[in-house]
Design a protein around this ligand. Sequence first.
Ligand SMILES: [Zn+2]
Ligand SMILES: [Zn+2]
Length: 366
Amino acid sequence: MISERGRFCAICGAMDEVLLDNLCETCYKKEHPLEIELLKSLNVAICTDCGELRVLSTRIDPYVREESLEEVIREVARSAVLSKFHSGDPYDVEFEDDIKNDKIMNYGVKEFELRTKITLQPHEEFSPFEKDFITRLKMKRTICNDCSQYKSGYFEAILQVRAYKRKLTDDELDRFENLINTMMKQYEGAKLSYILDMEVVPDGITAQVSTKLLASNLAREIQAITAGKLSLAYELKTTKRDGTEVYQNTYLVRLPEFGKDDIIEYEKDIWKIRAINDDQMRLESLTNRKERKIVRKRVENSAKKLNDVLFPREYMLVSTEGQTVVIMAMDNYENFDDNLERLPLNKEVGSTIKGFLLDEKNYYTE
Ligand SMILES: [Zn+2]
Ligand SMILES: [Zn+2]
């Protein structure tokens, strides 16, 4: 490069100008136009259901970015503009746009404008090059793949909660339904994570779950708070044209026949189940308050559940004398004697006791 004063421009003959390669600034810029590919338009597809963006065949999930749609579109458009522009020299860029959050989902708004002003100074001798142009963001409101799968009722797995040889209690149904709803809140906004349909009836819970992973996570959570057993069944749903087989998985959590707080008859005594885990039960005798740990299988094989045949009752402890206590039934105010060892521990005179009547005999639970 030659730059000197006192000579004239090789094209226009101007004198006393700063020359670069024997050309004045005007002629030089004409001969060496700035090579900028201007992005005139950019298609921005947005899912009106979930807000997912598709720009230059890239999928962008705004939930993951934790920014407003306006911000996300702005950033994506700016980087699309700059991706067309390469320069070895430093440059300044200024943007201006009319993207507005409340217009993004509005079908009436066909496009936004992004104005880009690039300033580049490749040669110290000359004033900077400036380029000012507009990119039209053509907005396309659509339904993305995942959302259309959801709409078409697509699901990969079924979650089932059942109990062994019994129906589920209202309390169990409430707990599991709440647990599922709470867990689903964590998946809010996550791709392809939804429950299509959930049936909650005394026979159990049945839910159509979008993905196998989600169904298995839900099943494991429920299993963890029960002493249930988890099993998995595969069912061939369809065979694709290329021969691959598509299976639908069923994740089944089977609750034990006996649960915590159940009243059972086992080895000729009446017990309340205090705790239950995968292998063991802890039982409290309602005739002498002694506790026993027993292998769960043994209890399940021979115990009889009494919940449905007993008659719940409330009592009051009227007085105690040695091992003898006087109890009053609250439903008919009848007083009768009983043995202290049959009562829950640490009951004071005047306190109420929960229990039940079974085969004309009173039992005390709490
Ligand atoms: Zn010239
Ligand atoms: Zn969508």
